[in-house]
Design a protein around this ligand. Structure first.
Ligand code: CMC
Length: 428
């Protein structure tokens, strides 16, 4: 490892310290760059920028590795519960049995929403996108829980985090119920986190609801696979919003807004829509040609990733889960056949090989969620639900970091230089 790197500038050499993490690329500490040289760095999309230090999630995109607090994602997806992973992300270690019991109990005590919030839902049109409702309702939580918005108090930060993790399934399920005109279901705290969510979504007050263990297990995996993903766009949004001292509910609402985009969380919805549009395996070559055509904006949704350039380790677990769920529900979905075939064709195609484009987590998740019965618009809402724990863990880490400053990037200005105002009649 080199201890510093030297930048040869017009006014001489400048040394910058090299920082070493526990694993992964080293980082050049350029905090003094502007002060020392009067220059900025230019990195749109942050492709070479470490925006913070973090001890939560590690990704090696070349090797297809994803670790939460050091634990591989496939082990967590196979063996742990969502409550364990939530505790792990928030507190840094897997819980002991008593810690897990206490955490699970605490989360279950926060699953209900303030009754007044129900009225808030009714202000939306019935055809509102659930992400629009999630943004609004989660932001509105700050108006209801004043006792957990003092971000300088670690206890209040933790209560807000628990509230967000606990209430997200209730909010997402209510967004769904509102869209189909069915009564809201109150939480049942005897059920698991995922079982409770399934019941609030698909149950009705008139009948008992039995949780199918295969579906419950699939949802557990989906939630774990989406729980955190390092400094992705929505997490960076949460951190940036939080860096100004904004309250946690407002920060998570900002994260939800960012996640909504089709290049991020909206990709699972877009991937399923694309598979439906392709319709049958015979049509695949036409869409592959379109994806390769520079003049056509079409992209294979659910393919490619900013960080993974080998494979997305979450995609494999998703594919296995898709097979399991469709078998359990006895569904033969042509969309799954199209997905399998598309994956095979794309993986052998020179364009995709050369650009290192592989299926990502969203390629198969839509197939599973569709089979379970979620409408496409709910897919991103489920992603938001699961990612909330990652967002609050990252937000807590940032607020506790003594080096934390308000996020304030600079720019390379390319606009007009100074000029004088001309009255309207003298322009042109
Ligand atoms: N289909 C066809 N071509 C693609 C695709 C795709 N899905 N993804 C990237 N490319 C091409 C792109 O056109 C570019 O080609 P060129 O170098 O000739 O201009 C090259 O590959 C690099 O792409 P990029 O857009 O510069 O890469 P990026 O790292 O900025 O974007 C991405 C990553 C995920 C936004 C992009 O791969 C994409 O749009 N994928 C489809 C959307 C998707 O599935 N998103 C979910 C990501 S995983 C879940 C999440 O994080 O939310």
């Amino acid at each position: 490892m080199s201890e510093s790197v030297t930048l040869k500038g017009p006014d001489g050499d400048h040394d910058f310290k090299v920082l070493e993490g526990t694993v992964g690329p080293e980082a050049v500490d350029i905090r003094k760059l502007y002060g020392d040289t009067g220059m900025f760095t230019y990195d749109p999309g942050f492709t070479s920028t470490a925006s913070c230090q973090s001890a939560i999630t590690y990704i090696d995109g070349e090797k297809g590795v994803l670790l939460h607090r050091g634990y591989p994602i496939d082990q967590l997806a196979e063996k742990s519960t969502f409550m364990e992973v939530s505790y792990l992300l928030l507190h840094g270690e897997l819980p002991t049995q008593s810690e897990l019991d206490a955490f699970t109990y605490t989360i279950s005590r926060h699953t209900m929403l303030h009754e007044q919030l129900m009225i808030f839902f009714r202000g939306f049109r019935r055809d509102a996108h659930p992400m629009a409702i999630m943004c609004g309702v989660v932001g509105a939580l700050s108006a209801f829980y004043h006792d957990s918005t003092d971000i300088t108090d670690p206890d209040q930060r933790m209560i807000a985090s628990h509230r967000l993790i606990a209430k997200m399934p209730t909010i997402a399920a209510m967004a769904y119920k509102y869209s189909v005109g069915q009564p809201f279901m109150y939480p049942d705290n005897q059920l698991s986190y995922t079982g409770n969510f399934l019941r609030m979504t698909f149950g009705v007050p008139a009948e008992p609801y039995e949780v199918n263990p295969v579906i419950e297990n699939a949802m557990r995996r989906i939630f774990i696979l989406h729980a955190d993903h390092e400094q992705n766009a929505s997490t960076s949004t949460v951190r940036l919003a939080g860096s100004s001292g904004a309250n946690p509910f407002a920060c998570i609402a900002a994260g939800i807004a960012c996640l909504w985009g089709p290049a991020h969380g909206g990709a699972n919805e877009a991937a399923l829509n694309m598979l439906r549009e392709i319709g049958k395996p015979e049509n695949i070559p036409h869409y592959i040609d379109r994806a390769k055509d520079k003049d056509d904006p079409f992209r294979l949704m659910g393919f490619g990733h900013r960080v993974y350039k080998n494979y997305d380790p979450r995609a494999k677990v998703m594919q296995e889960t898709a097979e399991e769920v469709l078998k359990e529900l006895n569904i033969s979905d042509p969309v799954l056949d199209t997905a399998r075939e598309l994956e095979q064709i794309a993986l052998k195609d020179e364009y995709f090989i050369e650009k290192k484009l592989y299926p990502n987590v969203d390629f198969y998740s839509g197939v599973i969620l569709n089979a379970i019965g979620f409408p496409t618009e709910m897919f991103t809402a489920l992603f938001a639900l699961a990612r909330t724990v990652g967002w609050v863990a990252q937000w807590n880490e940032m607020i506790s970091d003594p080096e934390q400053k308000i996020g304030r990037p600079r720019q390379l200005y390319v606009g007009a230089t100074q000029r004088d105002y001309a009255p309207v009649g003298q322009r042109g």
